[in-house]
Design a protein around this ligand. Structure first.
Ligand code: RAM
Length: 351
């Protein structure tokens, strides 16, 4: 009789522990721990994870993110590695999970490497979005897309073509070789050339070099590109690469032209002296704003990040979640903007 009692006690105890721990992993909310809905101190923290903290472009994006967080009553947090590598970003994501932040907006240094850490974050109830450089569709709720990647890629190649009057080799000075955004733009550049072989027959894409968004490496990679006499125009689809390339071309008084995606505040001297006849960008502060408002809509359960979701993005008005090329979803900011001698004086004061 006594033994029977003991056995039933053991069974009851192990059953109750199963109920408490759950058969699968439970989110904080399911366990009754304040999660994303309550706005207590921890759960109102929205983290911005930059490609690297040194990059002035990332700092501009964070300005907008901070503004949106303040408007919605959340606490913004700026995080990122010293250099643009995925390994350090993974470490930071794990710290953010332990800290119990409500949301993470990440500009990824690799679209797949962050997946286990970001999945763990989502499993623990953290809302995850990517911005600037996407993570794969399974590692996020949605992505903040600065501008149509096709327009950027095709637009940059046809600009380079015009700058050399249809005659001269094109080189690309990119960021990290694993950067999702730059890689996608480069794919579209190649597509533009392949689909218009006749037009581009005298403007081949000679080389794609990687400066890793590091000013020193971007400088030496530009110097190496200039050793190739075929190269007559450089496209730098990164603000860090553009500034480094501009300085090298200016120092050498080179005739090689430069275009790409640059910050007007940094590139004004190169546009004014003709080193860079024109370039493109979008408003980096607005990218941060959009990321902040999107994250907030997710945290407050106004949207889930699915195709067709609509939400209020503050100063940017109503925004809609749409399908992305990778099978996930995204929220688009708008069209890229062209900067040249006619408008650079005005824009260099803005960002
Ligand atoms: C660099 C970064 C960023 C890119 C901009 C244009 O600062 O690589 O990812 O979007 O340039």
């Amino acid at each position: 009789m006594k033994i029977k009692k003991i056995i039933s006690l053991i069974v009851a105890l192990s059953l109750s522990s199963l109920i408490f721990t759950g058969c699968g992993k439970k989110t904080n909310e399911e366990m009754g721990i304040p999660g994303n809905n309550g706005m207590n101190e921890k759960s109102s923290t929205y983290a911005f994870l930059a490609k690297d903290v040194q990059n002035p472009y990332m700092q501009k994006v964070y300005e907008g993110f901070k503004n949106a967080c303040t408007k919605v009553g959340a606490t913004p947090l700026y995080k990122g590695p010293e250099t643009a590598t995925p390994e350090k970003q993974i470490e930071i994501i794990n710290q953010l999970i332990a800290q119990g932040v409500a949301g993470i907006a990440v500009a990824a240094n690799d679209k797949d490497a962050l997946m286990p850490a970001l999945k763990e974050a989502m499993d623990s109830g953290i809302q995850v979005i990517s911005l600037d450089s996407a993570v794969n569709k399974d590692s996020r709720m949605t992505h903040i897309q600065q501008a149509d990647p096709e327009k950027i890629g095709r637009g940059l190649i046809s600009s380079a073509y015009e700058m050399v009057n249809g005659n001269g080799g094109i080189a690309v000075l990119s960021a990290a070789s694993t950067a999702t955004n730059q890689n996608l733009w480069i794919e579209w550049m190649k597509k533009e050339i392949n689909e218009n072989k006749d037009k581009y027959k005298n403007t081949p894409l000679v080389k794609v070099a990687y400066g890793d968004d590091d000013p020193t490496k971007s400088t030496s990679e530009t110097q190496a590109l200039l050793q190739n006499s075929q190269v007559k125009v450089i496209i730098a689809p990164t603000t860090v690469g553009m500034l480094a390339a501009g300085k090298v071309l200016q120092d050498k008084k080179s005739n090689v032209k430069l275009t790409g995606l640059g910050l007007p505040s940094e590139m004004a001297p190169f546009i004014e002296d003709g080193t860079c006849p024109w370039m493109y960008l979008w408003n980096p502060v607005d990218i941060g704003n959009l990321a902040g408002y999107t994250l907030d809509a997710l945290v407050k359960k106004k949207i889930t990040g699915k195709n067709g979701d609509k939400f209020d993005a503050g100063e940017l008005g109503e925004k809609t979640v749409t399908e992305a090329i990778d099978g996930g979803t995204e929220v688009l900011l708008g069209d890229p903007y062209k900067f040249d001698k006619n408008n650079i004086a005005q824009w260099k004061e803005v960002y």
